[in-house]
Write a protein that binds this ligand. Structure first.
Ligand code: THU
Length: 140
């Protein structure tokens, strides 16, 4: 998926999650076998995508969320509204993938407290805010 502009179309949380799932086949995760996809909605109604990209030197791994955020920033977009995150672990969909601490810190750099983070909990998509998941985050 290339980044997409949804002009005049409402991107619901559920639609954003469906878009995130499109990224799962692109995830490169030969070490953890955990595939993660993310769809990032800007306030200008553009959606950017990311997937996790692992490395034999494990620390060089990039998470799906940061991949999406950095892609958007490289395209000149920094006003973010929401991100949907999906993952497959041991072949199971529906397990919640909450952003890791490093991704939350990157969100803290660019997003407001009410930035929406949509995750799957079983069959349901549940929406949190950045403030919910990082109540006392660090910033300068
Ligand atoms: N991962 C993400 O892409 N996002 C998260 O929020 C959590 C973890 C990836 C990193 C690694 O490739 C795999 O999941 C297992 O940690």
């Amino acid at each position: 998926m290339d980044d997409m502009l949804f002009d005049g179309v409402e991107i619901t949380d559920d639609i954003l999650m469906e878009l995130a799932k499109e990224l799962l086949p692109r995830s490169y995760a030969p070490y953890s076998h955990v595939n993660v996809g993310a769809a990032l909605l800007t306030k200008g109604k553009k959606v950017y995508f990311g997937c996790n990209v692992e490395n034999a030197s494990y620390g060089a791994t990039m998470c799906a969320e940061r991949a999406a955020i950095y892609t958007a920033i490289a395209q000149g977009d920094r006003d973010f509204e929401a991100i949907a995150i999906t993952g497959i672990k041991n072949g199971d969909l529906g397990e919640p993938f909450y952003p890791c601490g490093m991704c939350l810190q990157v969100m803290k750099e660019f997003c407001d407290d009410d930035f929406k983070i949509i995750v799957e909990e079983g069959m349901n998509n549940v929406t949190y805010t950045l403030k919910d998941l990082l109540p006392k985050g660090f910033s300068l």
